[in-house]
Write a protein that binds this ligand. Structure first.
Ligand code: AMP
Length: 280
C-alpha cells in the first residue's frame, strides 16, 4: 500500500472506516522526526496491521513566550522518513482543522498535570491530553505508541485513556539516545555546540543514580544531590528540577514503591531538556 498524506478530519475518518477490519496503531508526533520517533513507528508496526503517524505542532501545549513559532519543522523530510518506514498514513492537519474558531473544551488530568514539568509549564499537559484525546477520537486506533522520553506525558495519557474509557492499548517505547547518552529530541537542534557537549551531563547524572541504586543505596535525597552537583559542576545548565517518584503513579516514593522514576529538566541557555530513568 502506498503511503497517504491526509490533511482533513473527514478524510481521516473515511480512511479509518474503510480499513476497519484492520488493527491500527497511532504514533502522535510534532514532526521533525528523529530516530526516537522512528523507533516508535517500528513499535507501532509490530503491534498493528496499519500505522498512522500524526504530525502536528500543537499550539495548546505551548504557553505564550515558549518556542511554538520557532519549533523546527520539515514536513517533506518527515514524509520521506515515514514512507521509508512503511507508514500507511501521515495525518497532517492544519490548525484550523484541529482548533476551528470557537474551540472551548479541554481534557485535564487533575494533580498529574500540575507537578514536575507541569510546575514550570502549567498549561502544557492539558494541551497534550486535549490534542491526544482529539486524535484518539478522530483516528480511533487500537494501539497508540508514546516515548518513555516524556515519562510524565506517557503516564498522563495512560491515566486519561483509563479515566475516559478510550480502551486503547497504550504502549510506551524506550528512550533512544545519541552516542554520548543525550536523549534524542527535536529541541536538541536549538543547542549551541558548547551546550550540546555539556548536555551529556544529564544522562551521566541519571547513570550516577543507577549506579548508586544498584550498589544498594536508598537515600534518594543524597542521590539527587549528587546528580545536581554533577550537572552544576560540569555544565552551565540551570536545573529546573530533579525528582524521584513512583514510576507507575508519580506518587512520592514510599516503602511499597517498586520502581522509582528519576526525572529531571534543565535549561541550557533557553533550551529546556528533559530526561529520566527507571530504577527497579
Ligand atoms: P514529539 O514529537 O517530541 O512530541 O514526540 C513524539 C513522541 O516521540 C512522544 O511520544 C515522545 O515521547 C517520543 N519521543 C521523542 N523523543 C524520543 C526519544 N529520544 N526516544 C523515544 N521516544 C521519543
Amino acid at each position: 500500500m502506498t503511503m497517504k498524506v491526509i490533511n482533513t478530519i473527514p478524510e481521516m475518518r473515511r480512511w479509518r472506516q474503510g480499513n476497519s477490519s484492520h488493527t491500527t496503531a497511532l504514533v502522535p508526533t510534532m514532526g521533525f522526526l528523529h530516530e526516537g520517533h522512528l523507533s516508535l513507528i517500528r513499535e507501532a508496526k509490530e503491534k498493528a496491521e496499519l500505522t498512522v503517524v500524526s504530525i502536528y505542532v500543537n499550539p495548546t501545549q505551548f504557553a505564550p513566550g515558549e518556542d511554538l513559532d520557532k519549533y523546527p519543522r520539515d514536513f517533506e523530510r518527515d514524509e520521506a522518513l515515514c514512507r521509508a518506514e512503511g507508514v500507511d498514513v501521515v495525518f497532517y492537519p492544519s490548525n484550523n482543522e484541529m482548533y476551528p474558531a470557537g474551540h472551548k473544551t479541554y481534557v485535564v488530568t487533575d494533580d498529574l498535570a500540575g507537578i514536575l514539568c507541569g510546575q514550570s509549564r502549567p498549561t502544557h499537559f492539558r494541551g497534550v491530553t486535549t490534542i491526544v484525546a482529539k486524535l484518539f477520537n478522530i483516528i480511533r486506533p487500537d494501539t497508540a505508541v508514546f516515548g518513555q522520553k516524556d515519562a510524565q506525558q506517557a503516564l498522563i495519557i495512560r491515566r486519561m485513556n483509563t479515566d475516559l474509557n478510550f480502551g486503547i492499548n497504550i504502549v510506551t517505547a524506550p528512550i533512544v539516545r545519541e552516542t554520548d547518552g543525550l536523549a534524542m529530541s527535536s529541541r536538541n537542534k536549538y543547542l549551541s555546540d558548547q551546550h550540546r557537549k555539556e548536555a551529556a551531563v544529564l544522562y551521566q547524572s541519571l547513570q550516577m543514580a543507577r549506579r548508586e541504586f544498584e550498589s544498594g543505596k536508598r537515600d534518594f535525597v543524597t542521590i539527587k544531590n549528587k546528580m545536581q552537583d554533577h550537572i552544576l559542576q560540569n555544565s552551565s545548565a540551570n536545573i529546573d528540577y530533579i525528582e524521584y517518584r513512583d514510576a507507575e503513579t508519580l506518587d512520592s516514593v514510599n516503602a511499597e514503591t517498586e520502581s522509582i522514576l528519576f526525572l529531571l529538566a534543565a535549561y541550557f541557555g533557553k533550551t529546556r531538556l528533559i530526561d529520566n530513568i527507571i530504577l527497579t
